[in-house]
Design a protein around this ligand. Structure first.
Ligand code: ZN
Length: 411
């Protein structure tokens, strides 16, 4: 079936190219070095014989695997991102391959005493006797999302070599800058031309996601009035203290460290200020749209309350929606989730369906008119030195892609 060696060597060839994105850059891709992998992927698709493979000025890569079925089958897409997070270095990744993992500690780096242990990451124990790819402890791995790219490429190669598998037109899309929230921004949904798609960007084997947070960022500007502290009585307004009141008026338990599942939160992730002005930076998250809007109301009301207390407009808010729960766009086309579930079961993978406590490119794409659930790519411990991926999970993800294309043509 899927060749293990081919998966490993392809994956290694991608992760050893540094593609860290940068949120402080306004170009697309946000970093020049992402082009190094983008060009390689574009070239490989051309070498596969995919004649319409394109790479646009923003580094978005698209290609079509032509249909082999004689019947009319909807066009389905598979999407992955080639950048890695700005949170941890992706320079000089040295993947280590652990054959037949025995279930104990893995020494990532002897000199620096960095150990990947099931004591800290018990998920490891699910992969006994499998082949793991890890880092050397000094960088991230980049399985997020080069595992996804590898799987899409290997599935394409397999389908090209097996024209007896009947499928409709398959669109492939690779994007830059997902990790800084911009992967979908310049994605040309019309050009992509798929009826629906899947991002191959989930974590552990079996993950299938079509629900994510509604998300907004909020800046709270608190104005004060600076007066010489010796003569300040009845005159000074210290914006720091007002900001403190604002913070402590919000429910302390509705924060990331106290919530899970479908519970939303207010997250204060930045504060800077002096007597004259304090700025609080929040993010709001909630799967439920009404609760999400209610959270904004809570902040608005709090600002009003403080302002009326002082009789001055001291607190102003700047609320920006970031992304929305894709569920409302997926529910009308639930058959696309059911198809993925069926494909997983057909290759003996148990679907794990749960709401994402974050966003994906797929949620933005879903609102841009391309319904796009997320499927596992196989990796664990994203965005850090303990990132690893079982090769067997990548093989399964590849099989899931192939099976989806096959089942879609059978209906
Ligand atoms: Zn990702």
């Amino acid at each position: 079936m899927i060749e293990k060696d081919s998966i490993i060597s392809r994956f290694v060839s991608y992760v050893t190219i540094d593609t860290q994105s940068d949120e402080n850059s306004s170009s697309t891709p946000s970093t020049q070095k992402q082009w190094n992998l983008a060009r390689k992927l574009h070239q490989e698709l051309i070498e596969f014989g995919l004649k319409d493979a394109t790479m646009d000025d923003n580094g978005y890569i698209m290609a079509t695997l032509p249909a082999t079925a004689n019947t009319v089958v909807p066009t389905i897409g598979f999407i992955a991102h080639y950048d890695t997070t700005p949170d941890f270095t992706g320079t000089d990744v040295k993947p280590q391959i652990i054959e037949k993992y025995e279930g104990g500690d893995i020494v990532l780096n002897e000199d620096l005493d960095i150990i990947l242990s099931p004591d800290d990451f018990e998920d490891l124990l699910a992969y006994k006797s499998q082949t793991l790819i890890t880092t050397d402890g000094t960088t991230l791995l980049g399985a997020d999302d080069k595992a996804g790219i590898t799987e899409i490429m290997e599935a394409a190669k397999y389908l090209i070599n097996h024209p007896e598998i009947k499928h409709g037109p398959i669109r492939i899309g690779f994007t830059p800058d997902e990790e800084i929230g911009r992967g979908a921004h310049k994605f040309d949904v019309e050009k992509f031309g798929a009826e629906w798609a899947y991002t191959m960007d989930g974590s552990q084997i079996g993950e299938l996601e079509f629900e994510n947070f509604n998300a907004a960022s909020v800046k709270v500007f608190v104005k004060g009035k600076s007066v010489h502290p010796g003569y300040a009585k009845g005159k000074m307004i210290n914006s720091i203290h007002i900001a403190q009141d604002f913070i402590s008026s919000l429910p302390r338990l509705e924060t990331p460290e106290h919530t899970s599942g479908r519970e939303g939160f207010f997250h204060l992730n930045g504060i800077h200020g002096d007597v004259e002005e304090t700025v609080l930076e929040y993010i709001l998250r909630d799967h439920n749209k009404e609760h999400f809007e209610a959270r904004k109301e809570v902040l608005n009301n709090l600002a009003l309350e403080i302002n009326s207390q002082y009789g001055l407009e001291l607190v102003t808010l700047e609320i920006k929606d970031q992304y929305f729960n894709m569920r409302e766009k997926i529910e009308p086309v639930m058959h696309i989730v059911e198809l993925a579930e069926k494909a997983m079961r057909a290759v003996y993978v148990k679907p794990i369906i749960k709401p994402i406590r974050g966003g994906t490119d797929g949620s933005q794409l879903s609102f841009m008119g391309l319904p796009c659930p997320n499927i596992f790519a196989g990796g664990h411990n994203f965005h850090g030195r303990f990132e690893y991926v079982p090769v067997e999970s990548m093989i399964k993800a590849t099989e899931v892609i192939i099976k989806i294309t096959e089942l879609a043509a059978k209906k």
